[in-house]
Ligand binder design. Structure first.
Ligand SMILES: *Cc1c(COP(=O)(O)O)cnc(C)c1O
Length: 225
C-alpha cells in the first residue's frame, strides 16, 4: 500500500479504537495500537513511522531482525512487540531487539529469558500467552495452568509479568475468550491485556484490552509467504 493509504488506514483504526473505548466508558489513551507489520516490507513500516506511529508487532524473530535495526536508527522511540512463538535458540536475538515479548508460555523459555536478561542487562516487558481455546496446535499456557505459571515466573525466575495475551480460535466467538483472559489477569494482579485483531478489536476493547494487535486493517492483505 502507498504511504497515504497506510496513513489514512491508521487514522481510521485510531478513530474506531476511540469510538469503542468511549462506548465502553474507557479512555482511548488506555488502549495502545500495535501495528502488525509481519510479512510486509520495511517500506510499509517506514510509511507508518512517517505517519507518526511508533508501536509495532512482528511474529518472527528472524524477519524482525532483518527489518527493524535500521528503522530504529532513524526513529529513536520505536516500541517493538514480539507476538509470535519464541524458540529458545532465538532468545538472545529477541531480547536484544524487542521491547515487549508477548509469547512467554513455558518454563524452559522463562528460564532462558531470565538468563538472557541478566546477560544483556536488558529487560523487555513480558506477557504470558494463554491458549484460551485449548487448541492442540496453538502456543500458550492452558487456562487451568495460567495461575501457577505466572506465579512460577515471578517467584522462581524473578520475571515481572506485565500482561497476558491470547489469540482466540479463528471460528469461535472471541468474546468469551477475551472475558476469560481478563478474569485470569485480574485474579493474578496483571494489568495489561493484549487481545483483539483486525476483525474483533472493538469487542476486545469492550472487554478491557489495553493493546490491540492490528495488521490487515492498517497494511492491507499480507503477501503470501
Ligand atoms: C498476524 C497477527 C495479528 C494481526 O492480524 P490481523 O487480522 O491482520 O489484524 C495479530 N496478532 C497476532 C498474534 C498475529 O500473528
Amino acid at each position: 500500500m502507498t504511504t497515504t493509504a497506510i496513513e489514512s488506514a491508521l487514522a481510521r483504526v485510531r478513530d474506531r479504537i476511540a469510538d469503542a473505548a468511549h462506548t465502553a466508558g474507557r479512555n482511548p489513551r488506555d488502549v495502545s495500537l500495535i501495528a502488525v507489520s509481519k510479512a510486509h516490507p520495511q517500506t510499509s513500516a517506514y510509511s507508518a513511522l512517517t505517519a507518526g506511529h511508533r508501536t509495532f508487532g512482528e511474529n518472527r524473530v528472524q524477519e524482525a531482525t532483518a527489518k527493524w535495526p535500521e528503522l530504529r536508527q532513524r526513529f529513536a522511540d520505536i516500541d517493538l512487540h514480539l507476538i509470535g512463538p519464541l524458540q529458545t535458540n532465538k532468545v538472545a536475538d529477541a531480547v536484544a531487539l524487542f521491547d515487549v515479548i508477548q509469547t512467554l508460555d513455558r518454563e524452559r523459555l522463562a528460564r532462558a529469558l531470565a538468563r538472557e536478561f541478566e546477560r544483556q542487562d536488558r529487560t523487555p516487558a513480558l506477557f504470558v500467552q494463554v491458549n484460551t481455546g485449548e487448541e492442540g496446535q496453538k502456543a500458550g499456557v492452558l487456562p487451568g495452568s495460567a495461575d501457577a505459571f505466572i506465579a512460577q515466573c515471578r517467584s522462581e525466575y524473578g520475571l515481572p509479568i506485565a500482561g497476558l495475551m491470547c489469540i482466540p480460535p479463528a471460528r469461535d466467538d472471541p468474546e468469551p475468550h477475551f472475558a476469560m483472559l481478563a478474569t485470569i489477569a485480574a485474579r493474578n494482579g496483571v494489568s495489561r491485556l493484549s487481545m483483539g485483531m483486525s476483525a474483533d478489536f472493538e469487542t476486545a476493547i469492550g472487554l478491557g484490552a489495553t493493546e490491540v494487535r492490528v495488521g490487515t486493517a492498517i497494511f492491507g492483505t499480507r503477501p503470501a509467504p
